[in-house]
Design a protein around this ligand. Sequence first.
Ligand SMILES: NC(=O)NCCC(=O)O
Ligand SMILES: [Zn+2]
Length: 562
Amino acid sequence: MMEDADVYIEDGIIKKVGINLCVPGGARVIEAKGKLVIPGGIDTHTHMQLPFMGTFAIDDFYTGTRAALAGGTTMIMDFALPQKEESLIEAYHKWRAWADPKVCCDYALHVGVTWWNNKVPQEMAQLTREHGVNSFKMFLAYKDLWQLNDEELLEAFKACKEIGALAQVHAENGDIIKENSKKLLALGITGPEGHEMSRPEEVEAEATMRACVLANQVGCPLYVVHVMSKSAADVVRAKRKQGCVVFGEPIAASLGTDGTHYWHKCWRHAAAFVMGPPLRPDPTTPNYLMDLLANGDLQTTGTDNCTFSASQKAIGKDDFTKIPNGVNGVEDRMSVLWEKGVVSGKMDACRFVAVTSTNAAKIFNIYPRKGRIAVGSDADIVIWNPHATRVISAQTHHQAVDFNIFEGMEVHGTADFVISGGKVVVEDGELKCVAGAGKFVATLPFSPAVYSRIENRDRVYAPRKVIRAPYDGVVTAMNVTLASVESQIDSGDTSGISSSQGNSFYGRGRRSVPPTSTSAVFNLHESTFSVAGDQPCDQSPVKRSSIKVNNPPGGKSAGSFW
Ligand SMILES: NC(=O)NCCC(=O)O
Ligand SMILES: [Zn+2]
């Protein structure tokens, strides 16, 4: 909703909203006529000072959050990413120790589930209960580093659901990437174009689909980070249309530029765009993603801000797999979104606020403290000038990195004033922020924007058994030893395989024994057994031991079968 009103702030909180407000004498007045007074942006996805690929991201929690404020973003959500076997709680504390003294704006943490054993879900629960973390990111990529296999993913999704957290996924198939990378390097393709060629769209789309299916099977809500391609976005859209609880996050890079840069003749230029999943060479991708964002098929915007300077990128000068992955965006996200989303006519100012701030606040359960201008909300406010223009450049940006992937782009929409926690930190374009002024924002589990639907779906789709009269006919005995079967076959008598004999079944390479029709058990290799449709054992419910009803009707529903 948009209204014409004044906003009065005291002690970092919005105290009044309305016309002709009565305010204490001496209160500072900032004139915003002709401009928009909007909630500060929330960047859902950053990696400040991430230790990664042999180096650290060059924008740390100070330069990164300072740049965020300059562009109208008043809160970032970063990721604590444990090394293999490292405690998730230790990683969380490590990130807090890095961020707390440096952040100029508020921040929250997602935590990565980068490995799995039975201690991990306990730590996830503790992080949710005691440390203000309500989202966990799992990687389907980065084989041998952070990648989980499908069984581990299922466990992680189940754990998220149990504790009311939102499962996030980096959706790319790491096994395929590894295989393709080897092939390309063997062909002598060592430059940044190899990065995109090793992980084309379908590699992202397959992983997106797999994550959606796995999460849906255990009734876990899912958030797909950095949606980079049309086909991955189509998966999110289709799954939402089918009723799955899934959210999609395109980023400033995927909305504002494309992957044609990987073929640029200057190595440094091409390497600057290397990130995972890659930007797509199809130049119609940004418009396509923006349309989905404008129309509600995608919900939030992040940046995946993870910056590396020229010399850091050059770690991979002879091998694209070694180029540190990551691009800028935290400073320019709001302007890129305004230019490509609003000025283009795809979305109005209200939708702009939704996708840059409010939707994130709702999904991550910090609404209406964040993402809204209302009495009681944090005074994180931007006075947005929709008419002013600027040209994005590494020469003038506030980030530490020496390259800007939006270099030369003229954008309308600038943050003339930025108020963070009630303090004016950008004034007519001038930055006045202080390291450590930002606060950690705890995010609580069971976000209503995410879990109210889950609870209802669990109830509606809870598995129910069919009530029927018990079967009272003859039941073939199952316990059979191979020796007894063989001796009976040798003697030509296959009629009386008895229950006192042990388990066995026919082996494919064995002597010419009859197929499973004469056996008391199924040989899956030889039978026509199918996981779909009627099974030969359908008449005998007691034998379908592989199907478990997790929650019998009447019991608590966890909705495992939808
Ligand atoms: N995305 C990227 O290229 N770098 C940061 C690590 C990650 O999110 O994958
Ligand atoms: Zn990321």
